[in-house]
Design a binder for this molecule. Structure first.
Ligand SMILES: [Zn+2]
Length: 257
């Protein structure tokens, strides 16, 4: 039995298949998203809404994935009995949704980690103090796909390397632009900052408002959710922890929100 040649748009999915054994051979999936999902399942790769799957999605796959998602969103609009043929505002909605998911609100799932070049901090007069960076966050709850907006305060005791100040926010936003739970997001940001800086002493405090509490359900318009993750000395040393929260207060006085 001969193996069919996969369609051209599946080339990235099949790249390297020869080295990986016979699993992919003969796989006749005609849908790119299905083929990528098949590969992730085979590799036991988790692909929850908050997971980064950039190793499996090549940037040249994007246009094709947007096309497939457009067709799927058209089906959703049809099921909702929205006239996408004559309603001028609904005509291009399926494609707008598909592009928005891939390029904006879920971009952190498909893009690789931001490049955070590290600078040495190991000279005699190295900086040994605390650094607190406030990062604006936009995210989306994975339960209802409602917007989440807020700020993360990232605290760190400088280790032997430092990253550029904007990188803290880039990393935080890369973690946020997915389907998230705030508790998980707080953990994810702490873990990625520890990875990028080699510091064991990291804290992340997030305060955010959730569309799923404001726009539906309890319709709570002044609700605010706070989460804190403390690692190393932020957890073990009460003075460090206090300095972190004092700094957050100073930041909020400096620029209230
Ligand atoms: Zn929700």
């Amino acid at each position: 039995m001969s193996n069919p040649t996969p369609p051209d748009f599946l080339r990235n999915v099949f790249a390297g298949a020869e080295q990986q054994g016979d699993d992919d051979k003969g796989y006749q999936e005609s849908n790119l998203a299905d083929a990528i999902r098949f590969k992730m399942k085979r590799d036991n790769k988790r692909f929850w809404a908050g997971d980064n799957i950039s190793e499996y999605v090549h940037f040249t796959d994007f246009d094709h994935l947007v096309d497939e998602a457009t067709v799927a969103f058209e089906k959703v609009l049809d099921a909702l009995l929205i006239d996408r043929e004559t309603d001028p505002n609904s005509k291009g909605t399926a494609r707008r949704l598909a592009k928005m998911y891939f390029n904006e609100i879920m971009a952190g799932r498909y893009e690789p980690a931001p490049d955070a070049t590290a600078f040495p901090n190991d000279s005699e007069d190295r900086y040994e103090g605390m650094l607190v960076v406030r990062s604006e966050l936009r995210s989306m709850c994975s339960h209802h796909h409602q917007p989440v907006s807020g700020v993360a305060y990232i605290g760190i005791i400088a280790a032997n390397k430092l990253i550029g100040l904007s990188k803290y926010t880039r990393i935080a936003q890369w973690c946020a632009r997915r389907g998230t739970l705030q508790e998980e997001l707080c953990n994810d940001i702490a873990r990625e900052i520890m990875k990028a800086t080699d510091s064991d002493n990291v804290a992340v405090y997030i305060q955010a408002i959730h569309g799923c509490c404001e726009n539906r359900g309890i319709m709570a318009h002044s609700s605010l959710t706070q989460t804190t993750v403390l690692k190393g000395s932020f957890k073990d040393d009460p003075h460090t922890k206090k300095e972190f929260f004092d700094n957050i207060k100073l930041q909020q006085e400096f620029a209230p929100r």
